[in-house]
Write a protein that binds this ligand. Structure first.
Ligand code: PYC
Length: 343
């Protein structure tokens, strides 16, 4: 998404309140206060996200990037939902931009808000996201929220394309799958080396090259909404005995430390479509740091000629801190990255 920020719209002084969580190792900095949500126009959380991006992209840069964040920081903004049936609205941001849906972030938001007493731990909490409404079921103990199960948006296999391999002269098959975001899914067996032995930097470079190559070849249009889209995430996966494993690369080279909620759904949908996972089967997905989500396909549907799955994922988040972030009027640095292509 291209965002034009009017620099003179950035106030000299500002204060923001966040609660920070990690879900299976991946951070979510949740903005609770500091942006007047009545200025976020639009008749959906997606439109409110776009309104935020047009007016407050500097807030994303301030909170996600250095010196308050870092290149792999991830965040969420809690807003009023538009959907009458939803309990809250949430959209997602990172050091580079915005994603339509995020599983680890939704688990973080629901866990934190319930533990802070800002959301009642009803059996089902309906969360409106830019990709649609997802249902969250927090599992509570005396100590707080132990885990959250999300019933995610419908997922489908979009297309299979072949691109040049980023690391050899061979060609590389890529499955493009929608699960709230469009993914490029690649079997690590088709690349040089395994996830364990290949340096993370190389996997990140390949992930970005693969995403670029797929976006060059495909004009993606979501068949369920008619919206034009881009592949935003690459997932390089390998199979294991008791869990499948993957590395998930997005943004300007961010690596998800969690097994990626939407990525777990994309992988399950691909396995279902190729007959390797059945409705109801338990699926275990492991991240690049060894943390896990459990998943399941609970339903399949046919909509407008598209075969879709309804996946669920379960994971745990913990609060890591509560912050009051300041923008001091003497501070000329409002959020920078050493590696971001736009500075
Ligand atoms: O959990 O869906 C997810 C996600 C997307 C990007 C980072 N995490």
């Amino acid at each position: 998404m291209n965002v034009d920020v009017e620099l003179d719209a950035v106030p000299a002084e500002a204060t923001f309140t966040t609660v920070d969580t990690h879900t299976a190792g991946e951070p979510t900095r949740i903005l609770l206060d500091g942006v007047d949500s009545s200025t976020l126009a639009g008749d959906s959380v997606r439109a409110r996200r776009d309104s935020f991006a047009a007016q407050y992209d500097w807030v994303r840069e301030l909170l996600m990037r250095e010196p308050r964040g870092h290149d792999d920081m991830f965040g969420a903004v809690v807003v009023d939902p538009h959907d009458d049936d939803a309990d809250l609205g949430v959209f997602f941001l990172d050091a580079d931009g915005y994603l339509d849906m995020c599983g680890h972030g939704t688990i973080g938001v629901v866990s934190a808000l319930v533990e802070l007493g800002e959301l009642s731990a009803d059996p089902t909490v309906r969360v409106e996201t830019p990709a649609g409404v997802v249902e969250a079921r927090p599992r509570c103990t005396d100590e707080g929220v132990d885990a959250v199960t999300l019933r995610m948006v419908e997922s489908f296999v979009y297309e299979r394309v072949t691109i040049p391999s980023p690391c050899s002269d061979a060609s590389l098959p890529v499955d493009v799958v929608y699960a709230g975001n469009f993914f490029a899914l690649v079997d690590a067996a088709h690349l040089d080396g395994s996830l364990e032995t290949t340096p993370t930097d190389a996997l990140v470079e390949w992930g970005l090259d693969i995403r670029d190559a797929v976006n060059e070849r495909l004009d993606v249009v979501n068949p369920l909404t008619g919206d034009a889209a881009r592949v935003s995430i690459t997932e390089i996966y390998e199979s294991g005995d008791d869990a499948d494993r993957s590395i998930v690369v997005f943004g300007d080279g961010q690596v998800d430390r969690s097994p990626c909620g939407t990525g777990t759904c994309a992988k399950m949908t691909l396995l279902y479509e190729t007959g390797r996972l059945s409705v109801g089967d338990q699926y275990v997905h492991e991240s690049i740091i060894g943390t896990r989500f459990q998943g399941r396909i609970v339903e399949t549907r046919e909509r407008d000629g598209v075969e879709t799955t309804v996946p669920t994922i379960t994971g745990s988040a913990r609060i890591t801190g509560r912050h009051t972030f300041l923008k001091d009027p003497r501070d000329g640095l409002s959020g920078f990255s050493l590696s971001a292509s736009d500075g």
